[in-house]
Write a protein that binds this ligand. Structure first.
Ligand code: AMP
Length: 119
């Protein structure tokens, strides 16, 4: 683990509780504490704490693929894949990022509205 310690680092190390619903060797998935859809799960890399998507190096590209694959597997497992879902990564302030440890949001369980409207 790098020295970019965040709330998600504490969840990964089980220092604070979370509703963990997915885990493999590289990715942890847990329910968002303030869900924005009927299903809202966060997928985070367990072994590298990269602050933002803008910090991602080419040699770390596979990690993002692992986050996406984890979300897709979870969606299939939970019967969400056929109806569909949305995955989102927020980057920094204008993207709405609040936790600086890259993560992928999986939103599902209802027909989602359009997105990207400025506040
Ligand atoms: P972002 O705004 O893209 O950085 O996403 C961070 C997400 O973490 C938000 O959707 C928060 O609701 C969520 N969050 C914050 N604290 C917790 C927590 N303790 N457990 C689960 N999700 C959390």
């Amino acid at each position: 683990m790098s020295d970019n310690d965040t709330l998600f680092g504490k969840i990964i190390r089980r220092e604070i509780p979370a509703n963990i619903v997915y885990e493999d060797d590289q990715v942890l998935g847990f329910k968002d504490i303030a869900p924005q859809a009927p299903v809202h799960v966060l997928f985070v890399p367990k072994n590298e704490a990269i602050p933002t998507l803008d910090d991602l190096k080419p040699q770390q590209a596979e990690l993002v693929g692992r986050l996406v694959l984890a979300a897709a597997e979870y969606a299939r497992r939970e019967g969400l894949a056929e109806d569909g879902y949305r995955v989102v990564m927020n980057c920094r302030e204008h993207g709405g990022q609040t936790v600086y440890h890259i993560h992928l949001h999986l939103l599902a369980g209802a027909h989602l509205g359009r997105f990207g409207t400025p506040r």
